[in-house]
Design a protein around this ligand. Structure first.
Ligand code: KIV
Ligand code: ZN
Length: 534
């Protein structure tokens, strides 16, 4: 199996990625991301950690049922090497046509002694019993010796051997804390493949974290050493500095075939779209200079570069923007374009909206076209994403009126429609128009939170450019299960205050959806318009 010339892409955006602070997604959003990952062509979707909470279990189950069909990807659920975890993981993935249980236990002395309080013998016995138990439920079992890169080499061979004998079919070797260097990680992979009894009959997998900025290099080094599965996330989101970015590994294989000579099933033209979807849902912004999918990845500013590009694109581009799904066309639609043209263009950009979706998008498009002469693909993508990410429950903004300037008191008046169709109006002053808007919204929604991050950038250039805002808010740390969870929101509009209000509303809605009734409106909230009138 190790000789195959295909690399399996195991995407863990919904597990290791979602686990990182601020990347929380609602179950509907996770399902949407899973659908997009299937469109992208990943081989395995790690849909979550079912034992973490009933919500996580439910989200994994939904993905298994709705995305894990016969010609779809393998759906994996993560489990610690404990019986209850494994039972829950199986409950989550069993409805998929191709289910997988992924179980892990730490093998470094540091983790065994300090974290688990277990001896080496106890760890080996636990691996044997729990992998066997998992295998009694499911044919496809992955085992990970956590903190493998800081484990004793001989003990690691022993742990992998026992996992294989107990029924593991994929052996994943995590550089859990991003400590390895590329040469070292590749050598470790080669050593394990060569020395582990049974090692030639399983798939070896690389799982790297980016603490020293080496995740992609380490993953590619493992591939050269014989790994045939890579564990990656979209945009590299994940614990601490993140995981290996899917787009980087895939485009390295694609762009340097002479070095790797390996293929994978990814439809590269879906990369940009997937990246944006994940960024918008998590509120984790992609840096401009991020490889492959950053806004500047294909921008050429220096005169010498522009001159070269005009003469021959290959002078300064090793891959084309089209290959990763970034369209070159700048000017697409305008004020006089019709609904049909909009639908076709959105389809070309990969957005399959239903009738109501197109109607809604057209309404937004017309509003945008009134304010902005040229509507580019980037504008349309922002518009479609905004639509895709609106959580159905809770509040929507119906009106926003701002008064600001100097001297004066920046004042915002907000009208929101609540979950039952009730309308609320509230005004407030603040340090600036955005602060006043957020504060008025807070008084209506009454969902306590702390604003951790607020960032603005423009989608295109020019005075009429569409502005994009992302915010991240943190719920109070008031119960064991909430643990101060962080939620992201995204909004786009030609008016930056409106974009800010949309982003904040999306984050609040996401928090209310995740944390439920605890954040419904309490005593002291302003009356609804209906109540005021009566
Ligand atoms: O980084 C890690 O060790 C993990 C394991 C659970 C596979 O994510
Ligand atoms: Zn990890």
């Amino acid at each position: 199996m190790n000789n195959s010339n295909q690399i399996r892409i195991f995407d863990t955006t919904l597990r290791d990625g979602e686990q990182s602070p601020g990347a929380s997604m609602t179950s509907a959003e996770k399902l949407e991301v899973a659908r997009q990952l299937a469109r992208l062509g990943v081989n395995v979707i790690e849909a979550g950690f079912p034992a973490a909470s009933p919500d996580d279990l439910e989200a994994v189950r939904r993905i298994a049922t709705e995305v894990g069909n016969a010609d779809g990807p393998i759906i994996a659920g993560l489990a610690r090497c404990w019986r209850d975890d494994i039972t829950k993981a199986w409950e989550g993935v069993r409805e998929a046509d191709h289910p997988r249980i992924h179980t892990f236990l730490a093998t470094s002395d540091l983790h065994m002694e300090r974290k688990l309080g277990m001896t080496r013998e106890q760890v080996l016995s636990q691996i044997e019993h729990m992998v066997s138990y998992a295998r009694s439920l499911c044919d496809d079992i992955e085992f990970s010796p956590e903190d493998a890169s800081r484990s004793d080499a001989d003990f690691l061979v022993e742990a992998c051997k026992i996992a294989i004998e107990a029924g593991a079919t994929t052996l994943n070797i995590p550089d859990t804390v991003g400590y390895s260097m590329p040469i070292e990680y590749g050598e470790m992979m080669a050593d394990l493949i060569a020395r582990t009894p049974g090692g030639k009959d399983v798939i070896w997998s690389a799982h790297c974290h980016d603490d020293l900025g080496c995740a992609t290099a380490n993953t590619l080094s493992a591939v050269q050493a014989g790994a045939r599965q890579v564990e990656v996330t979209i945009n590299g989101i994940g614990e601490r500095a993140g995981n290996t970015p899917l787009e980087e590994v895939v485009m390295a294989l694609h762009t340097r075939p002479k070095i790797y000579g390996l293929g994978c099933s990814i439809e590269t033209t879906e990369l940009a779209r997937t990246s944006r979807l994940v960024s918008n849902y998590t509120g984790i912004y992609v840096p401009r200079n991020k490889a492959i999918i950053g806004q500047n990845a294909f921008a050429h500013e220096a005169g010498i570069h522009q001159d070269g590009m005009l003469k021959d694109q290959r002078t300064y581009e090793i891959m084309t923007p089209q290959t990763v799904g970034l369209s070159q066309s700048q000017l697409v639609l305008g004020k006089h374009s019709g609904k049909h043209a909009l639908r076709i263009r959105l389809q070309e950009l990969g957005f399959e909206l239903d009738r109501d979706g197109v109607k809604d998008a057209f309404k937004r498009f017309k509003m945008l076209a009134d304010k902005k002469k040229d509507i580019t693909d980037a504008d349309l993508q922002a518009l479609a994403h905004q639509q895709e990410q609106a959580p159905s429950e809770t509040f929507t903004i119906t009106d926003l009126q701002i008064s600001c300037g100097r001297p004066g008191m920046p004042t915002a008046t907000v009208r929101l429609e609540g979950p039952n169709g009730d309308e609320f109006i509230q005004s407030d002053v603040g340090d600036g128009p955005v602060d006043a808007t957020f504060s008025a919204m807070d008084q209506i929604v009454q969902a306590k939170n702390e604003l951790l991050e607020y960032s603005v950038h423009s989608v295109t250039s020019g005075i009429d450019a569409l502005g994009e805002v992302t915010v991240r808010i943190q719920a109070p740390d008031n119960s064991k299960s909430d643990k101060g969870r962080i939620f992201g929101g995204y909004g786009a509009d030609t008016d930056i205050t409106v974009a800010s209000a949309k982003a904040y509303m999306a984050a609040l809605n996401r928090m209310i959806a995740a944390l439920g009734t605890k954040y419904s409106r309490g005593e002291g909230a302003p009356a609804t318009i209906n109540q005021t009138a009566s």
